[in-house]
Design a protein around this ligand. Structure first.
Ligand code: CP3
Length: 347
């Protein structure tokens, strides 16, 4: 299927379509009973991410219910440090736990040379999802992804989420040489990883910088914009036309500078971003994506409808992809997602 006939790829390449194409961050996951069933079969989360048959199935589940325009590879941003040899587990109710890297020895213990072999099952998932889409949803496009270096470094240094990543942010100030070395390792690893996903069949690539909004403006430029730009330039050399989406969550007004300077063709807006401000301050040629509050989807009803319509109205006439401002949360009733899909499709 040509790019030209896939609405998501057209919008990501700068076309204003109405109604806009949509997909939802974390569209595969615990809010779906069919996900919980396969997750239980797989055992732990890493086993699910490294089982191509199950991971491909989970990727396709939300499209069967809701007909999104995009499927996002079922994996996790922390599979990259895992593939580089960092200890990782997902504890029930605690989220990811990693063996923290706090010094040069910890960094030296990583084995980036093993990465390619360890991501093989994830690339196999990509290939299977492409086949599945060709069969079941030929107009939907496959999005590959990675975390941005800063956000992945936050988890690698801290060892866990749930706080404000004080150790990682402190290391960035106190030992920028060491933190910079970690960031460079992640830039190179992320370029390899994303190009491998593209080679395996991913049609667009997204970089999640979920925690870049914790940085001061100068640190944001150094640890979010610059590494993202390095990744974009390296990918463009090999894949000049593949759509790239950047998500600098909580960046506030720095979203405009991120859009101008990273080179991504699409920026994803978080829940707190005013779409009208973004429309006025992000260059016209850049596609916007977002940004419905995931809690509005949990609530459903008139508030869901009013919020969705207000985003649609603000984005009319612009290259735009409807999405949430952050991932779907587990308590979301599946029928509210169906209601949202109907609202978007009416435009
Ligand atoms: C920061 C981050 C992570 N992972 C991700 C981010 C960036 C986006 C964001 O800010 O949310 C990205 C991610 N994680 C997952 C996907 C898969 C594709 C999809 O969006 O459907 C994607 C794109 C699956 C997942 N990643 C995780 C799950 C839940 C695992 C389970 O089934 O128990 C899923 C479906 C686990 C995870 N993974 C991560 C955390 C903090 C957690 C625990 C919290 C939680 O459970 O939601 C790290």
């Amino acid at each position: 299927m040509e790019n030209a006939s896939k609405p998501l790829l057209r919008a990501l390449s700068g076309e204003a379509l109405w109604p806009p194409p949509f997909w939802l961050m974390r569209q595969a996951g615990r809010y779906l009973p069919e996900y919980r069933e396969l997750r239980a079969q797989a055992g732990d989360f890493i086993s699910l991410c490294t089982n191509p048959a199950l991971a491909a199935e989970v990727t396709l589940q939300p499209l069967r219910r809701y007909g999104m325009d995009g499927a996002i590879l079922f994996s996790d941003i922390l599979m990259l440090p895992w593939a580089m040899g960092q200890g990782l587990r997902y504890a029930e109710g605690e989220g990811p736990l990693l063996d923290p890297i706090r010094d040069a020895e910890g960094l030296a213990a990583l084995r980036p040379q093993e990465m390619r072999a360890r991501i093989a099952p994830i690339l196999e998932t990509v290939a299977r999802v492409r086949e599945g889409l060709a069969q079941e949803a030929p107009k939907a496009a496959l999005i590959g992804f990675a975390g941005s270096p800063f956000t992945v470094a936050c988890y690698m240094v801290e060892g866990r989420g749930g706080g404000e990543f004080a150790h990682a942010r402190r290391m960035a100030h106190a030992d920028p040489a060491l933190f910079g070395k970690l960031i460079r390792l992640l830039v190179d690893g992320t370029v390899d990883y994303l190009l491998a996903q593209a080679e395996a069949g991913a049609e667009a690539l997204m970089l999640f910088d979920s925690w870049s909004g914790l940085l001061s403006p100068s640190q944001f430029r150094r640890w979010s914009i610059e590494p993202t730009n390095a990744i974009v330039r390296a990918i463009r050399k090999v894949r000049p036309d593949i759509p790239l989406i950047g998500f600098p969550r909580l960046a506030g007004p720095l979203l405009a500078e991120y859009a101008q300077r990273t080179g991504v063709g699409t920026v994803a807006m978080d829940t707190g971003m005013d779409p009208r401000w973004a429309a006025a301050n992000v260059p016209e040629g850049i596609t916007l994506q977002g940004n419905l509050d995931p809690q509005a989807v949990v609530a459903g009803g008139p508030s869901l409808e009013a919020e969705a319509r207000s985003i649609l109205a603000a984005m009319r006439g612009r290259p735009f992809v409807f999405n949430l401002g952050h991932g779907i949360v587990p308590p979301t009733p599946p029928e509210h997602v169906a209601a949202l899909a109907r609202i978007i499709r009416i435009g």
